[in-house]
Design a protein around this ligand. Sequence first.
Ligand SMILES: Nc1ncnc2c1ncn2[C@@H]1O[C@H](COP(=O)(O)OP(=O)(O)O)[C@@H](O)[C@H]1O
Ligand SMILES: [Mg+2]
Length: 339
Amino acid sequence: MAEEKELEKEQVKVKEEKEQEKEKEIELTLTDLPGIGEVIAKKLTEAGYGDLISVAALSPRELISLAGLTETAARKVIQAARKVLDLGFTSATKFLEKRQEVIKITTGSKNLNELLGGGVETKAITEAFGSYGSGKTQIGHVLAVSTQMPIEKGGAGGMAVYIDTEGTFRPERIKQIAKSLGVKPEDALKNILVARALSSDHQMLLAEKVVDLIREGNPIKLLIVDSLISLFRAEFTGRGTLADRQQKLNKHLHTLHKIADSYNLAVYVTNQVMSRPDILFGDPTVAIGGHIVGHASTFRIYLRKGKKDSRVAKLIDSPNLPDSECVFFIKEGGVSDKE
Ligand SMILES: Nc1ncnc2c1ncn2[C@@H]1O[C@H](COP(=O)(O)OP(=O)(O)O)[C@@H](O)[C@H]1O
Ligand SMILES: [Mg+2]
C-alpha cells in the first residue's frame, strides 16, 4: 500500500513538473546571442531588427554595418539566431537555459565590456594579445577581483584561479583594485588562488587541477592563464618540435574549454605577439601560437598603447575587417573609461 501511494505521489509530481515546463515561455532576446550586449541589442532594435527572426535573416555584411561587428562575430551571431529558430520547442528551451547560465564579468571599462558583448563571458575563452605593457596582465588582475562581486554588480559571485607563468601577479595591485571596486582587500586576496607554473607540463596540470578545486567546493568562476604560451615557447624551440608544441597546446586549450563549459566559468588567457617584419602595412605583430589559439578562443582582443597613456582594444577575427575598437585606461584602481 505504502508503495502504491508513493508511486501515485511521484506521478502527480511528474505531471506538475511537466505543466510548469509548458508554462515557461521561451522568450529569447537578442542579448541571448553570443557576443550581443545591451548596446548592440539596442542599436539593432532601433534599426528595426529587434527579434531573432529578423537577425537570422540578415547577411553578415548587413549585420556588420548595422552593429559594427567583425565578420566572424557577425557570422557567429547569425548562425546562433538561425540555430535557435531551427530548434524544436524543447531544445530551444535548453539552448535558452544554457545561454541564460552565461555570466558576463565586468572589466571595469564600459567600452571594453561592450566590445566583448557585455563583459568576459563564462563558458568561453577570452584571449587578450598584445605587446609588452599593453595591459593584458592588468586586465587579468581586475577580472580576478571583479569576478568576486555579485552578479548584479557585474561580477560572478565566485573565486578566481590565476595561473602565473611569468611571475607578474602582484597582490598589491589586487588590493588597490579591490579598494576601488568596493571589495574588501583581504577578501579579494583570499578568493584568488595563485599558482606559479614552472613548465608547460606543470601549467597543464594546474589547469586540470581546477576541476578538483571546484569539486572540493571552491566556487571558481574565472580561470586566468597569464601567459598561455610563454612556457611552451621557451621549451619548444626550433622547427622540429613545432608540431609537438601545437599538439600540447591544443590539448591544453581543450582542457580549458571543457572546464569553462562544464563549470560555467570564464577563461581569460593572455598571449604575446611576435614581430612580423614581412608585414609592411598595419601592425607588424602577430599572436604567437598561430591558428590553434585563434580558433580555440571564443573572443580575441588585440591590445595596444594609444595616445596619451590610453589603451586601444580591438576585437579580432581577421586583420582586414571593419574596425570594432574601443579606448580605455589603466589606473591605480584598475581599468577605466576615463583618463
Ligand atoms: N598602479 C598603476 N597605475 C596606473 N597604471 C598602471 C599601474 N600598474 C600598471 N599600470 C600600467 O600597466 C602597464 C603594464 O601592463 P601589463 O598588463 O603588465 O602589460 P602586459 O600586456 O605586458 O601584461 C604599465 O606599463 C602601466 O602603464
Ligand atoms: Mg603580462
